[in-house]
Structure formats: structure tokens, C-alpha cells
Design a protein around this ligand. Structure first.
Ligand code: FAD
Length: 466
């Protein structure tokens, strides 16, 4: 091997582009990025809806205002993207009962304070478990220990808003040790900002890409080291190199490969590894969860919801936990657009993806009529992203479930011979987030770089996990 090995990067989302930039910065410029879709950005994806530019995937910079600077927040500001502070302070005045009408704000405030207390107790339990080297428990188990298992529609919707709306999976599934306290908020701060800019949140990925890829006069990436519409179907890895095959029958040879596809994709057979990945690796990859989080946008002929300070976020409290529960009006972000955003997750998301958008719209209209009365107009447009059915994603972002240890996590991101792994799911502290994908790209590239440097010393092998 020379000083400058060749590397194939599979996937041009945030982590793949971040890894490629780090390799490039280290002098490894003989790279080839193979991306299945016709664009760079992956799960950061703007689309046009009813004349607006909205985000199908990541929307918020999460973790702002703390001791450490969130690197994504820095880039978003450098690019001068329009961002909006998400203010949930007034939520207690904005929770609708299943059959209509608002809950009394004092009643909600009490329930909210109880939920926050329980969250704090859970955090203390988590710290105690870690300090005593005890096994992990689920968030739900910690709620039982704190003697508060949400069962009423009001308690359930607050619980859904706190957990599922963040992790895309319920407290029954989610690991306590690895989410309480959550490093994103503990390190970068508790604030979150909505990116509502016609340039799209994905422009952050383009910004990184343009620092090492060639562009034309209009700033479009023209670098031949990026190949779009290339679906990788096989990775053949040997002691002296890799051969990567794409669906169109092309083959590419390199010294190393960096795989940045989602954990959801790694849990399918889209990419065939030859030889088959070792059992420790397969097991680790299959243990993590790929959550499903669905952002449904609806456009109306006119507004029928309250607007002004403290109205942006509202909740619908159904007996069916998480049934079209968290709502956001986008009057701040897109004034006068008459657009609402409602979020579904997990089983609801999977159900919704399998039915027609008009069926989903009919269900949502029923919910809205409960909240705002029968006189309200039908939505004129609906946008239902389908991340779970998409074979290049198979969900929205990873969630750390009960039963996955730190060692499992090390194994998820560990290389196998010349095959390296990156992606938000490999982030040491920030899985599930844009900043996680960005930092994971840097970390995985550094692992590869240090291994390349070690290879220059004869007889030094990669870490053998088998
Ligand atoms: P990806 O973006 O998935 O990149 C992997 C790339 O690999 C993709 O471009 C894919 O097309 C490509 N690929 C897949 N299979 C193949 C193949 N066989 N061959 C070649 N290429 C392939 N994060 C936040 O911080 N804030 C949020 O508000 C937020 N909200 C979200 C909401 C939704 C609905 C979703 C989906 C995600 C959200 N996230 C959010 C998470 C964030 O978007 C991701 O963590 C991050 O973008 C993942 O980047 P990545 O590079 O790891 O993966």
C-alpha cells in the first residue's frame, strides 16, 4: 500500500460526505462515492410541497445553547439558513381532548410537572445504574420504579411527546442508560431550532461536499469521484482489497470501502457481503432499532387554528397512544401558507405507509374536526413521506433499544477487514441525529486513516473480533 490508498464510500448522505472530506483532508483523495439515489444528502432532503420547500427528513438542529458548540449549528449559521426556535413552553394551554375541547391548562400543567419529575427520577436511576455497573433497563421500567405509568389519554400524549416524538419508539423499547441523560442535550444544550429555508437543510451536506469536491461556476458538484444512481449490491472483501458491485453490473476495485448506509439497510439483504460478515458483526447490526418517524404536511385553503405567541405546538390526546398526536402550525416558518405538520411514528407510521394518502388524509381530517369542529375545510394537499418502505433507508433514524450494550455499539461501528462502517447509527454519543452522522463520518475516517498508517508497519493486522 502506498500513502494514498483508494477508498470507495457507499452513500452520499451526511456521514458519507463527512467521512470523504476527512479522508480527503488527510491526503486520501483517490476516493469514489457511490450513491444509490440521484442526489447527495440522504435523509436530509428538501422537497417542494404546495409551493413551499419543506423537509422530508431531518428538520431541526437539536442541541443548541449548551457548553459545547454543535458543529451543525455553526454550519447552519455560517450558511445563513433561516432557523426558528421551537418554543414548547406554552404546551399546557394547547392540548386537545379526544372528543374536542382543550384540557384545562392547570390540569395539564400538573400532569406535565409530574411527567417532568418522573423524567428527572429516571435520569437519577440511570446515573445510579451506570455508577453501580448494573444492567440497563427500559425507560418504561424506570417509570414503573418512579410509580408513574402513563395510562390516561393526557398522560399518554405527554409521554408520547417526551419520548416517541424524539426517539420514534416508545419508552417500552428505549434504553434508559443510553438516553437519560441524552448526550445531545447534555453536551450541546436543550434548545432545538427548526430549519425552514428554501435552500434546504441538505445545503449543509453540500457545503461540506464543496470543500473537497470540484464544482462548476454555478456551484454544482461536477466531481467525477461522485457517481449517482449507483446501487451497491455486493461488497467483496479480501486481505488485499475490495471489489464493489452495483445493480447495473459495474464493478469497482479499491483498497478499502466505507459503508455509510443506514442501519435499516444493513438489516436487509440489499448489500451482499462476500464473505458473509462475521456473526458478532451481524448480531450487533441486527440489535439496534431503525425507528420510523413520519412527518405529514397538510395544506388548507385557510387557517382555522389559533395563531400567535405560544400556539405553534399542540397535541391531540387520544385513547390510542400516538394517534396523530403532535401538531405544529408553520405560521412562523411559512407565514400565510396555511400548512400544518403532524407526526406519526413506529407502528402508526408503518400502517400509514401501507395505505393510500387519501385514506390517511380522511383519518387526519376526522382528528382535526374533533379538535376544531365540523365546519373546517378539507386539506387541499397532503405529503406523506415513506421512509420505511424505501429500500435505501428502511426507516428514519436509529433508536437505542434496551438490550444493546456499549460493546455492541463498538461492534456496530468496528471495521471488518477492509470494510469500514459509518452513519448516524455508528456515532458514539449522538446516534439518530444530523450531528451524529457528521461526527461519525469524521470518527470512521480517522479509524481508517490510523489503520492505514499502521499497515505501513509489516505484520500489523486489523483488530480481529472473531
Ligand atoms: P443517510 O442520510 O441515510 O445516508 C446514506 C446514503 O446511502 C443515502 O444517501 C442512501 O441513498 C445511500 N444508500 C443506501 N443504500 C445504498 C446502496 N445500496 N448503494 C449506494 N448508496 C446507498 N436528525 C436531526 O438532527 N434532527 C432532526 O430533526 C431529524 N429529523 C429526522 C426526521 C426524519 C423523518 C428522518 C428520516 C431523519 C431525521 N433525522 C434528524 C436524522 C438525520 O436525518 C440522520 O441522522 C442523518 O441525516 C443520517 O445521515 P447518514 O449519512 O448516516 O445516512
Amino acid at each position: 500500500l502506498g500513502d494514498n490508498p483508494s477508498v470507495i464510500i457507499v452513500g452520499a448522505g451526511m456521514s458519507g460526505i463527512s467521512a470523504a472530506k476527512s479522508l480527503s483532508d488527510a491526503g486520501i483523495t483517490d476516493i469514489l462515492i457511490l450513491e444509490a439515489t440521484n442526489r447527495i444528502g440522504g435523509r436530509m432532503h428538501k422537497t417542494s410541497f404546495a409551493g413551499l420547500s419543506v423537509e422530508l427528513g431531518a428538520n431541526w438542529v437539536e442541541g443548541v445553547g449548551g457548553d459545547e458548540d454543535n458543529p451543525i449549528w455553526e454550519m447552519v449559521n455560517k450558511l445563513e439558513l433561516d432557523t426558528f426556535y421551537s418554543n414548547f413552553d406554552n404546551l399546557s394551554a394547547n392540548i386537545y381532548k379526544q372528543e374536542g375541547g382543550l384540557y384545562n391548562a392547570d390540569v395539564v400543567q400538573e400532569a406535565l410537572e409530574l411527567a417532568e419529575n418522573v423524567e428527572e427520577i429516571s435520569e437519577n436511576i440511570s446515573n445510579a445504574l451506570i455508577a453501580h455497573g448494573e444492567n440497563d433497563i427500559s425507560v418504561l421500567t424506570s417509570q414503573r420504579l418512579a410509580d408513574h405509568v402513563p395510562t390516561s389519554p393526557l398522560d399518554m400524549v405527554l409521554d408520547y411527546y417526551t419520548y416517541d416524538y424524539e426517539f420514534a419508539e416508545p419508552p417500552r423499547v428505549t434504553s434508559l442508560q443510553n438516553t437519560a441523560p441524552l448526550p445531545t442535550f447534555a453536551n450541546f444544550g436543550e434548545d432545538i431550532y427548526f430549519v425552514g429555508d428554501s435552500k434546504g437543510y441538505e445545503s449543509v451536506v453540500h457545503h461540506i461536499a464543496k470543500q473537497f469536491l470540484t464544482t462548476d461556476d454555478n456551484g454544482n458538484i461536477t466531481d467525477l469521484r461522485v457517481k449517482l444512481n449507483k446501487v451497491v449490491t455486493e461488497i467483496n472483501y479480501k486481505a488485499d482489497g475490495v471489489v464493489v458491485t452495483t445493480e447495473d453490473g459495474s464493478t469497482y476495485e479499491a483498497d478499502y470501502v466505507m459503508v455509510s448506509v443506514s442501519i435499516g439497510v444493513l438489516q436487509t439483504k440489499l448489500i451482499n457481503f462476500v464473505p458473509i460478515l462475521p456473526p458478532w458483526k451481524i448480531l450487533a447490526l441486527y440489535k439496534l432499532d431503525m425507528g420510523v418517524y413520519t412527518k405529514i404536511f397538510l395544506k388548507f385553503p385557510y387557517k382555522f387554528w389559533p395563531t400567535g405567541n405560544g400556539t405553534e405546538f399542540f397535541l391531540y390526546a387520544s385513547e390510542r397512544r400516538g394517534y396523530f398526536a403532535p401538531w405544529q402550525h408553520l405560521e412562523n416558518e411559512y407565514p400565510g401558507s396555511n400548512v400544518l405538520l403532524v407526526t406519526a411514528t413506529d407502528d402508526e407510521s408503518r400502517r400509514i405507509e401501507q395505505q393510500s394518502d387519501s385514506e390517511t388524509k380522511a383519518e387526519i381530517m376526522k382528528v382535526l374536526r374533533k379538535m376544531f369542529g365540523n365546519h373546517i375545510p378539507d386539506a387541499t394537499d397532503i405529503l406523506v413521506p415513506k421512509w420505511w418502505s424505501n429500500r435505501f433507508y428502511k426507516g428514519s433514524f436509529s433508536n437505542w433499544p434496551i438490550g444493546v450494550s456499549r460493546l455492541d455499539y463498538e461492534e456496530i461501528r468496528a471495521p471488518v477487514g477492509r470494510v469500514y462502517f459509518t452513519g448516524e447509527h455508528t456515532s458514539e454519543h449522538y446516534n439518530g441525529y444530523v450531528h451524529g452522522a457528521y461526527l461519525a463520518g469524521i470518527d470512521s475516517a480517522n479509524m481508517m486513516i490510523s489503520s492505514v498508517n499502521k499497515q505501513k508497519v509489516p505484520n500489523q493486522e486489523h483488530r480481529d473480533f472473531i
